[in-house]
Design a protein around this ligand. Structure first.
Ligand SMILES: *Cc1c(COP(=O)(O)O)cnc(C)c1O
Length: 388
């Protein structure tokens, strides 16, 4: 029996375990000092002024949208090639969700398509309030143009960088706020660093950071300076708006803090594995990932495309043969607009042809920091056998 190789998994070492154990033995399981320490380190790593850690990236996207003022009657645009959470956050706010097709080479938001859609939305008075570009596989889209269009059309940019902790764009860390008003990270175990479940919003805007903090904790504040009414004593707090319990625990935050110490090591290993894939797969009939010169990807995913023009070897046959060989390939992503929930809202096949064509051909190969060269060789050998 050969061991199953997943497409992604966490790397937990003794230091991570010791850090979590220390919190378990301490006075604070939640709302203690580990959360602020984790947030500070996240902000420092990403060159952002503020980081607000929450229970998962889906919650982070939700409160980022609330903070951007998104509500009923407003519009949120994202890409179809993402996890459903990038779109659902708009629906949580009662906003209409629409999509912008992807670029067929980067698999990220196509800035030309965005510009064309904005221009026609202006004439029908249906401009979006929020646009969520996704740093797919760990690389940003053309964020310079997204920023320019945001300046021109007035929408808020929330970059869904769930895949891109530790990545950089145009020489600066993703999350620094040069091109996005808010950036969201995920710390799910398959992502770059993990807290079990966890997410964060990064921003340089102090008022927004304040609001994100409040929304994380039921919309309440204990800060006298921010209260509407006089502070009645040390027990007093005010609920100033309808918030949520989106708190992360100290158990999780300390794990995240410990994992961030290993971020560079994780990124280096992912990049080394990508180099090997690039080199060892280059003669196969596959489209390998292509990066823009501006991107230094965090390499959450290594996606290859199996061209759909050969009858006997297609994405489905390759996927099934790899899975039969105990190799956990996966597919990222089923276009969000084709999910039954979004079809009920009026979307249909053909709406976003690049995302749909990409979806028919895409396979994510195993990629994670603890993947060994020998395991990667097994993936490559099997892939060659299937495509041969
Ligand atoms: C993982 C992921 C999310 C959701 O993250 P959670 O932390 O699991 O809520 C959102 N967007 C993208 C692109 C993701 O990959």
């Amino acid at each position: 029996m050969t061991a199953f190789i997943p497409y992604g998994r966490q790397s937990i070492d003794e230091a991570d375990i010791a850090a979590v154990e220390a919190v378990l033995r301490s006075d604070w399981l939640t709302q203690g000092p580990a959360i602020a320490a984790f947030e500070q380190e996240l902000a420092r790593r990403a060159s952002a002024r503020h980081a607000i850690a929450v229970c998962n990236a889906t919650a982070a996207l939700h409160i980022a949208c609330v903070t951007a003022g998104l509500g009923p009657g407003d519009r949120l645009w994202t890409v179809p090639n993402t996890f459903v959470a990038s779109a659902n956050c708009g629906r949580y706010c009662g906003a209409e969700v629409d999509f912008v097709d992807i670029d067929p080479l980067s698999y990220c938001l196509d800035a030309d398509a965005l510009e064309a859609k904005l221009s026609s939305a202006r004439s029908t008075n249906t401009l979006p309030k929020v646009v969520i570009p996704v740093a797919f596989a760990g690389r940003s889209c053309d964020m310079r143009r997204v920023k320019r269009l945001s300046d021109e059309y007035g929408f808020t940019v929330i970059e869904d960088a769930s895949h891109a902790v530790g990545a950089s764009y145009a020489g600066r860390p993703v999350g620094c706020g040069d091109y996005a008003h808010m950036t969201v990270f995920s710390f799910h175990p398959v992502k770059i660093v993990t807290t079990g479940e966890g997410g964060a919003v990064l921003t340089n805007d102090a008022a927004w950071a304040e609001r994100l903090h409040r929304l994380r904790s039921h919309g309440t504040t204990r800060d006298t300076a921010r209260m509407d009414e006089p502070n009645e004593g040390a027990w007093f707090y005010e609920m100033q708006e309808l918030g949520f319990n989106y708190r992360i625990t100290d158990i999780q935050a300390v794990l995240g803090l410990s994992q961030l110490k290993r971020l560079d090591e994780f990124l280096a290993r992912r990049r080394a594995l990508v180099k090997r894939y690039d080199m060892l797969l280059k003669d196969l009939p596959l489209q390998l990932p292509q990066l823009d010169a501006l991107d230094d990807s965090a390499w959450h995913l290594y996606v290859v495309r199996v061209p759909g023009d050969r009858a006997h070897v297609n994405r489905r046959t390759v996927f099934d043969a790899m899975r039969s060989a105990e190799i956990g390939v996966n597919v990222h992503y089923i276009p969000v607009h084709l999910q039954p929930y979004y079809r009920q809202l009026g979307f249909k096949p053909g709406d976003f042809p690049h995302a749909e064509q990409y979806y028919r051909e895409a396979i994510s190969l195993p990629l994670y920091a603890t993947l060994t060269d020998a395991e990667q060789d097994r993936v490559i050998t099997q892939l060659k056998r299937v495509l041969g």
